[in-house]
Design a protein around this ligand. Structure first.
Ligand SMILES: NC(=O)c1ccc[n+]([C@@H]2O[C@H](COP(=O)([O-])OP(=O)(O)OC[C@H]3O[C@@H](n4cnc5c(N)ncnc54)[C@H](O)[C@@H]3O)[C@@H](O)[C@H]2O)c1
Length: 247
């Protein structure tokens, strides 16, 4: 069984991707930051249809903890799946912070950078030695890299950086048989940045060609497709999953 790691897998897009991956026969190591109960719920859903998943704690903003996390992954691979190889990594964990440029503090800037750029970079570096040929990495970026919506400048800039890293990772890991792509969601109904109220949702739906916001599963399906060998010749790409988010 191919086993993958999904960061921030306890809710939203990460949880949808975890469930979809397990439905397609992958083993899932999902990580949670603080909410173990939510992570356990996702594991229970997966086990409910006969899939296999485990939840491990991980703060993606704390790169010093990644060596210990790698050891926990090795342990989980051995005990739950009797394997040493990892076949995928989804750098999904993230958070929204609305603040206009003139008000952003250095601490807010650093916090966003740690989770959206430094975290995916060093987590990928830490887990790379475990990855088998044929493995795939998916980085979650954002439509905010291509539009300018006020209040999310550092977030958008780091997501843009992650798209650049996606191409460099693909270039450097290709010789190992590892593909790297990014998925860039448009407006999706999750709890990111405090979630959607009616007014916000109506505005976002109006900015989307298909006239609605997306659901986490709309993105989860694409993430898992990019992990699978069906897309074995898709590499170094950013795939927009936003129903046509054009503003
Ligand atoms: N929802 C959208 O409209 C949208 C649009 C573009 C991009 N994205 C991106 O999609 C990804 C998933 O977001 P979502 O919409 O499911 O949001 P969400 O808030 O529902 O889920 C985000 C997950 O990341 C986890 N997380 C946050 N900070 C963390 C940290 N320091 N360490 C470990 N885990 C942490 C949260 O606990 C949560 O489980 C994020 O990278 C987000 O930036 C979302």
């Amino acid at each position: 069984m191919n086993v993958i790691v999904i960061t921030g897998g306890s809710r939203g897009i990460g949880a949808a991707a975890a469930i979809e991956a397990a439905k397609r026969g992958m083993g899932v190591i999902l990580t949670y930051n603080t909410n173990v109960a939510a992570a356990d719920k996702v594991v229970a859903i997966v086990e409910g249809f006969g899939g296999k998943a485990v939840a491990l704690p991980l703060d993606v903003g704390d790169a010093d903890s990644f060596d210990a996390f790698k050891e926990a992954v090795i342990q989980a691979l051995a005990t739950k799946w009797s394997t040493t190889a990892l076949h995928g990594l989804v750098n999904n964990a993230g958070y929204g912070l609305f603040n206009r440029i003139e008000n952003v503090t250095a601490a807010q800037f650093d916090g966003l950078m740690d989770v959206h750029l430094k975290g995916p970079f060093f987590l990928t570096q830490a887990l790379l030695p475990l990855m088998a040929s044929g493995a795939a990495i998916v980085n979650l970026t954002s439509a905010t890299t291509r539009v300018a919506t006020s209040g999310v400048a550092p977030y958008a800039a780091f997501k843009g950086g992650l798209e650049v890293l996606t191409r460099y990772m693909a270039k450097e890991f290709g010789a190992r048989g590892i593909r790297v792509n990014a998925v860039s969601p448009g407006a999706i109904r999750t709890e990111l940045g405090g979630g959607l109220n009616d007014e916000f949702e109506t505005m976002l739906a109006g900015q989307t060609a298909l006239g609605r916001v997306g659901e986490p599963e709309d993105v989860g399906r694409v993430i898992v497709t990019l992990l699978s060998s069906e897309t074995g010749w898709v590499n170094a790409q950013t795939v927009e999953v936003g129903g046509g988010y054009i503003i």
